[in-house]
Design a binder for this molecule. Sequence first.
Ligand code: AQP
Length: 335
Amino acid sequence: MTKRVFSGVQPTANLHLGNYLGAIKRFVELQNEPGTECIYCVVDLHAITVPQDPEKLRAQTREVAAAYLAAGVDPSRSIIFVQSNVSAHAELAWILNCVARMGWLERMTQFKDKAGKNAERSSVGLFDYPVLMAADILVYKATHVPVGEDQKQHLELARDIAARFNTDFNVEGFFPLPDPIIGGPAARVMNLQDGLKKMSKSDPADNSRINLTDSVDVLVRKIKKAKTDMLPMPSHVDELHDRPEVDNLIRIYAALSGLSKEAVVAEFAGAGFGVFKPKLADLAVESLGPVMTAMARYLDDPAQIDAILRTGAERANACAQPILAETKKAVGFWS
Ligand code: AQP
């Protein structure tokens, strides 16, 4: 059976190393697997679950598309498009809203984290975000979804919604239960200044993350200033349990080099950070530098990005519309 991959990134500011290693880099790896169809979306409907400046949203949409292209997503092999250009996502989300249960959504930890103490003032969209995410995946009958670890719970919900739809409408196997692709050393890249917090776009401290739009100088400086501790590099992975910042840097090194965490620990065992950090910076420049340069080049030519996104939207619509039509038929809508 053909593997159909779907994933997306929100066009919110400050695309970072976590988004790259946890998601975008894997998009490219999957695209290069034989027998795999890939559909990659810039999920702007998700972005407006919190307030956005319209002009910035438009610019950031191109920025995410530029990151996909710069990382190596090839628009002749994968579909790259903007979510709001394919209305089937929103239409299916409504149907799935009537399948998902309030109790399921109330358990979502990301809503609790993002809404914080202001749940009452949050948009309904922020609460409903995981149902839209389920629609994004199911409207293509995608079988695999590469995401960072923070999206694991949402993926489980998408599976529950798919299974419930199939049962409620007596259409066994209609929606496949999508498999998450999560894992590797960079499934959860942490904040460079606090190893207990996820690296995040919305953190006000810019030195907490490496942005894909940073210059090479800034990238090197942020690695140099990344928090560590007074001890030397560990000799065994077990020593990393209570050293979250060091663990994070080692995992970043492992993800960028393709080595295992154990191999990185063995390579630097007992060394000082004065040895490790410059090596990490060199590695980051070597692997991220070309992506950052290519991204800037794409952003200099917005017309090229727009043309790719328009073609992508046509192709995505062509995949989604027949599945939406079948879904409506199963529900009993007149046509
Ligand atoms: N720190 C991370 N490590 C690994 N993967 C990550 N992802 C996000 N942060 C990390 C993965 O990147 C993909 C796109 O994420 P998104 O656009 O949905 O944004 P997000 O998860 O909301 O990103 P942030 O940085 O966490 O934003 P804020 O600050 O707004 O909450 C997803 O696959 C995600 O798992």
